[in-house]
Write a protein that binds this ligand. Structure first.
Ligand code: FMN
Length: 350
């Protein structure tokens, strides 16, 4: 067993990436049962639901990771909301949606006192963060539970910053990764075109850090795991490969897009987009990304963009269309298959 696996409490140095909105305890338990570390994403659920998910995990007696966003929310910007609505106006007209009735909203809540209290109650083996770290006081409370603390870095500078603040391991998230960039030291508006690929980032981090580096982004099968380990990673975090797993809660339109990509990998196209939440995340290119461009400066800050686009998403999904849905997915879907999660875990063991 590797030192990282011992730290995670697992047989393998492999983390099933937390994937907000597409999975919960079913996938996490299947992955942890198979010897990887299953993850529970907290970003898209209420605290009540999170508590239920943690109770479910606890009853399995398996090790698991709980993941939180720790962005700094910005005040609601009504003017920016209306500006983004103006960009979306032709689509509202097409679906007969009255834009004036859609109020701005803050979207997602970051890690909080109340969330920290759940960590103190359930004491998971691992707690991971995206978009930096919480306040020193909250981080100290998490540490006091005995949890191993991980966080994502999208540059070597972020990785060194996290190491200096005492995280136990860094998740080096390369540009290929599906979902949100964990970028936090620089404003994403200038940082996003500069994010290194997994190959460059993992090699740089492994060379410069004294704590374990976990590679994330574009790792989808045994070959890509071997490549990450050859670069000096102590383990890997894999997301997109699990999106078609039987135990994932991936939505029907998202599954349809992934199935089509898996069947025609030569047509699989992803891009970084801020249209759905206000921060750049990698997803399969769909109609709204094509028609207004994947990055649009009128979209409000994270996660206020969601309010304006959500009614279009609902209307399109009611017609089984993913034209306005966030179809988060990474660049490499070689290992994304419709099978049970345990088979996917075993395909990633080297
Ligand atoms: C559908 C989806 C949702 C994601 N949600 C989260 C999340 O809630 N928290 C997080 O830290 N990372 C999230 N990520 C990013 C993953 O942690 C990880 O960086 C990424 O999946 C690795 O790249 P891969 O998709 O190529 O395996 C998400 C990724 C995907 C594909």
């Amino acid at each position: 067993m590797s030192a990282l696996a011992a730290m995670l409490g697992t047989r393998h140095a492999l983390i099933q990436a937390p994937m907000a909105g597409t999975q919960g305890p079913k996938l996490a338990i299947a992955c942890s049962s198979a010897g990887a570390l299953g993850s529970i994403p907290a970003a898209a659920v209420s605290l009540e639901t999170l508590a239920a998910h943690l109770a479910h995990m606890q009853s399995s007696a398996l090790p698991y990771n709980v993941n939180f966003f720790c962005h700094q929310p910005t005040p609601i910007d009504e003017a920016q909301h209306r500006a983004y609505q103006a960009v979306l106006a032709p689509f509202y007209a097409e679906f007969g949606i009255d834009a004036a009735r859609i109020a701005p909203a803050s979207g997602r809540e970051p890690f909080s006192e109340a969330a920290c209290a759940l960590i103190e109650q359930f004491r998971p083996q691992v707690v991971s963060f995206h978009f930096g770290l919480p306040t020193d006081a909250l981080l100290a409370r998490v540490r006091a539970t005995g949890a191993q603390v991980l966080s994502s870095a999208t540059t070597l500078a972020e990785a060194l910053w996290l190491q200096a603040r005492g995280v136990d391991a860094v998740i080096a998230q390369g540009n290929e990764a599906g979902g949100h960039r964990g970028v936090f030291l620089e404003n994403w508006r200038t940082a996003w075109p500069k994010q290194p690929g997994t190959l460059a980032l993992v090699a740089q981090c492994a060379h410069s850090l004294r704590i374990p580096v976990i590679a994330a982004g574009g790792i989808s099968d045994a070959r890509s795991v071997r490549a990450a380990l050859a670069l000096g990673a102590a383990g890997v975090q894999v997301g997109s490969a699990f999106l078609l797993a039987h135990e994932a809660d991936t939505s029907p339109v998202h599954r349809a897009a992934l199935r089509s990509s898996a069947a025609h990998p030569e047509e699989h196209q992803t891009a970084l987009t801020n249209l759905f939440t206000g921060r750049p995340a990698r997803g399969i290119v769909n109609r709204v990304m094509r028609e207004i461009g994947p990055i649009n400066w009128a979209a409000p800050e994270f996660a206020q963009a969601t309010a304006a686009i959500a009614p279009l998403r609902s209307a399109a999904e009611a017609q089984s269309s993913g034209d306005f849905s966030p179809l988060w997915c990474g660049q490499n879907i070689a290992g994304c298959r419709e099978t049970d999660a345990a088979s996917i875990v075993s395909s990633l063991i080297v």
